[in-house]
Write a protein that binds this ligand. Structure first.
Ligand code: CA2
Length: 145
């Protein structure tokens, strides 16, 4: 692994980005976002490892892996698991790797059930409401940690 690897983990339904609900999530696909992160990562001298899963346990395993490989930081858009997953919170607290919570939309400006964030209880920071730029802003913050 290079000096700084940043894991970018994406949760359920984010594989559908760019295909549905563009009014909320924009027109970019997850691959578009990955390409932008990789390009900026290169400029910053960090390696981006971006993944998506619809399965909570995969996200837990990848958080553990971030610790094992000595990742510099994790950007985590846990999708709807943000609002439900104590397992993700426990993993975030366990790994000792800083996690930045990322959201395309601003969950606090949406339905009340999106206002609670378990991920936020363990994350060092949250970047939200900027569309795909949320990931880029989070990357800048992560690289500077
Ligand atoms: O704004 C975000 O990034 C969210 O994490 C997105 C989640 C939502 O449950 C969170 O409250 C906020 C939903 C991701 C679903 O992504 C889709 C993309 C395209 C079409 C349908 C769903």
């Amino acid at each position: 692994m290079t000096a700084k690897t940043i894991y970018v983990l994406n949760g359920p339904n984010l594989n559908l980005l760019g295909t549905r609900e563009p009014d909320i999530y924009g027109h970019d696909t997850l691959d578009d976002i990955a390409a932008r992160l990789a390009a900026r990562g290169e400029e910053l001298g960090v390696t981006i490892d971006m993944r998506q899963s619809n399965h909570e346990g995969h996200l837990v395993d990848w958080l553990h892996e971030a610790r094992t490989v000595g990742a510099h930081a994790v950007l985590l858009n846990a999708g709807a698991y943000t609002h439900t997953s104590i397992a993700l919170l426990d993993a975030i607290k366990a790994i000792g790797v800083p996690v930045i919570e990322v959201h395309l939309s601003d969950p606090e400006k949406r339905e009340p059930f999106r206002h609670l964030s378990y991920v936020g209880m363990g994350a060092v920071q949250c970047v939200k409401g900027l569309g795909p730029d949320s990931y880029l802003v989070a990357l800048e913050a992560a690289a500077a940690l």
